[in-house]
Design a binder for this molecule. Structure first.
Ligand code: PLP
Length: 419
């Protein structure tokens, strides 16, 4: 995500107008208007995405890349058009370097299997960070078990920034791959991929970026990030669940072995052996989720119409206010960078007197949906010295009155406990 110079006091988005596109925001929860602040887990879907999926099943449904009939051709074209769209969205230059998976988790597992198992050996090192989501940790632990490669972890400072001042301790001649989250789902920190990629390049290592929390929230350019692999989950970016994205440098995809075997990923098959289709199809075995791809296309259109710079500016506007309001509450301790320039639109916090799960349950009674728990980042929780946090995460349809509703519900939780 690239920095944007916008005043945090205003938003370029017409939030009221945007909200009308999201039918779920009209419903009530526990008798109260829904205040949806769990966008880091998954975003809500605009009507255009819901309609695109429905239209596909009503008019264009067929399997892709195999039929010669009209519907099969139209479905294939719709599917491939989304690949081109995603390519433009992340500013890549070659649509064939986009692989559709199920989610970020599968994209990272694909790299761990298809690249890691082929190119890593005992004593090679993979460098991660202590703030990784389990999706960008467990696949590398499995790989280390199988190949004997070692994992090393870049630490954080007290403000939740990566210790880039100590990179030469972590990234050495043994490093073959650096895997890092672009934006932390539990701290909100926007990490400097370029700084770390520069250190990785200096020792000839590759860089994988977990973009699950960056692609939905601001402009992403895989070229200027200087990474080799970039993964994200469209369901966090207005798209449907069931489709994921992996971008990789094409030469790497060419030399990687397949991840899954089956139909549509082969060039030729005999009883004894098979040869592989070209990229990206070599990595897309079996029937893909075509309708979800179509939904991803509509979601990408929606985001690009608003403009990713505007979305980033909007989130800076919301998070500045959220941090300001939370800082007024002496019983709240929050984690991650203080400066909204260094953080995305989410904030993790604890009430020093109430367990995050109790807090999550009570604010839900007020229609406020937040996440409470370890956020699939247990090692980070351990590093922070807590078992769980509460997390409020904002998106394009949230405004400052949602922050006010959160604060009111946090105060109401204090009353429940007689505090
Ligand atoms: N990485 C980060 C930083 C995330 O926040 C998430 C989901 O919350 C994931 C990876 C995994 O995404 P998915 O469950 O869509 O694979």
């Amino acid at each position: 995500m690239n920095p944007v110079d916008t005043q945090a006091e205003t938003t370029p988005l017409d939030v009221e107008r945007i909200r009308q596109d999201f039918p779920i925001l009209r419903r009530k929860v526990r008798g109260k208007p829904l205040v949806y602040l769990d966008n880091a887990a998954t975003s809500q879907k605009p009507q255009s995405v819901i309609d695109a999926i429905s239209h596909h099943y009503s008019h264009t449904n067929a399997n892709v890349h195999r039929g010669v009939h009209c519907l099969a051709e139209e479905a294939t074209e719709a599917y491939e058009e989304v690949r081109r769209k995603v390519c433009r969205f992340i500013h890549a230059d070659d649509p064939t370097s986009i692989v559709f998976t199920r989610n970020t988790t599968e994209s990272i597992n694909l790299v761990a299997h298809a690249w890691g198992r082929k190119f890593l050996a005992e004593d090679d090192e993979v460098v991660l960070t202590v703030m990784e989501h389990h999706s960008n940790l467990v696949p590398w632990q499995l790989l280390a078990k199988d190949t004997g490669c070692k994992l090393r972890f870049i630490d954080i400072d007290d403000d939740g920034h990566l210790r880039t001042d100590r990179l030469d301790e972590y990234i050495t001649d043994k490093t073959k791959l650096v895997c890092m989250g672009h934006v932390s789902n539990a701290l909100g920190t926007i990490n400097s991929v370029r700084t770390i990629a520069c250190a990785a390049r200096a020792v000839g290592a590759l860089v994988l970026v977990d973009g699950a929390q960056s692609a939905p929230h601001g402009p992403v350019n895989v070229e200027t990030l200087d990474c080799d692999f970039y993964a994200y989950s469209p369901h966090k970016a207005l798209g449907p669940m069931g489709i994921g994205v992996l971008w990789a440098r094409r030469d790497l995809l060419e030399e990687m072995d397949p991840f899954l075997g089956g139909g549509e990923m082969i060039r030729n098959v005999t009883l004894e052996r098979s040869t592989w289709a070209g990229v990206p199809h070599k990595f897309e075995a079996g029937t893909p989720s075509v309708a979800d791809a179509v939904g991803l296309g509509a979601a990408t259109d929606y985001l690009m119409d608003i403009g990713m710079e505007n979305i980033r500016a909007h989130e800076k506007y919301i998070i500045s206010y959220a941090m300001e309001r939370l800082a007024e509450l002496p019983f709240i301790r929050f984690f991650g960078p203080r400066d909204p320039v260094d953080r995305c639109g989410l904030v993790s916090f604890i009430d020093t007197d109430i367990h995050p799960h109790d807090l999550g349950t009570i604010v839900d009674q007020h229609g406020v949906a937040i996440r409470a728990g370890h956020h699939c980042a247990k090692p980070l929780m351990h590093r922070l010295g807590v078992v769980a946090t509460a997390r409020a995460s904002f998106y394009i349809y949230n405004d400052r009155n949602d922050v006010d509703a959160l604060i009111d519900s946090l105060l109401a939780a204090r009353k429940v406990f007689g505090l």
